[in-house]
Unconditional design. Structure first.
Length: 261
């Protein structure tokens, strides 16, 4: 009897070890899967290149980190990158990763860098926002293969309870209507906080999540550039000041329409 108990105990311990190892392997694999998915699906949403150095995801702790994510500039702009994020920390509900809706408890993005390029009425960030709005209007990106296209199963939805973007720096070049280029001083954006994105049973799509987050970032950036342009108009000559002032009026009108397209 004792021998049978020892055998059962050994089997139980062995199964437990296998389960833990399996969870660890799955967690490591999910990191690679998420990285691949971001680099494959992301460009279909933004219509730009997107690269991620690494994604680390632990099912045991529900924690994840994204290391060095870079969003390229949209077509027609010279700067290699529009947005870069050194690191983002994510807290995930572990079991939701395997369900139809991934529940993200929190996302914290620290010190991202934004490159502004263009004029006040037309620039790389507006173009990026237009790209995402266009994809959202068409119902999301096209399936990546014939199997996905033939499947009737909807893609995974997302819920983000809390999102914080802090320490954002904006650099770049402001092109005035006369063609004159002005190098912007380094601008620091206020913290961006979003809550309850995709709350409820339906959740939101990756495209809609990108749209809401990017809209907040672009809006704050354009406001900061508008303020910088106003200050520049006080320091430069009268003719240039008038040009900057005219641009400020246009950018102010346009900020409120980012989500209306």
């Amino acid at each position: 009897m004792k021998k049978a108990k020892k055998i059962l105990l050994s089997i139980g311990i062995g199964l437990l070890v296998l389960i833990v190892v399996a969870v660890i392997i799955v967690g490591l694999s999910l990191g690679r899967i998420v990285k691949t998915s971001v680099e494959r699906v992301g460009p279909k949403i933004t219509q730009t290149t997107i690269a991620v150095e690494a994604v680390d995801l632990s099912l045991l702790t529900g924690s994840a980190s994204v290391k060095y994510l870079v969003v390229g500039s949209p077509e027609g702009y010279k700067a290699p990158n529009a947005i870069s994020v050194g690191r983002a920390a994510v807290s995930v509900s572990p079991m939701s990763v395997l369900s139809d809706k991934i529940v993200i408890k929190s996302i914290r993005v620290e010190s991202p860098e934004i490159t502004f390029e263009g004029g006040l009425s037309g620039n790389n960030l507006r173009k990026l926002m237009d790209n995402v709005n266009g994809v959202a209007k068409n119902g999301g990106p096209e399936p990546t293969n014939k199997t996905a296209a033939a499947s009737s199963k909807p893609g995974k939805k997302i819920e983000v309870d809390d999102l914080l973007i802090t320490g954002t720096k904006v650099r770049g070049t402001l092109i005035l209507f006369g063609g004159k280029e002005l190098t912007l001083p380094t601008l620091t954006l206020p913290n961006i906080e979003l809550h309850d994105l995709g709350k409820g049973p339906e959740g939101i799509t990756p495209t809609d999540l990108t749209r809401q987050v990017l809209s907040a970032v672009v809006s704050e950036t354009l406001t900061a550039v508008e303020n910088a342009a106003s200050n520049l108009s006080k320091d430069v000559g009268k003719d240039v000041g008038k040009t900057v002032g005219a641009g400020v009026n246009k950018i102010t009108t346009g900020i409120g329409g980012l989500l209306k397209k």
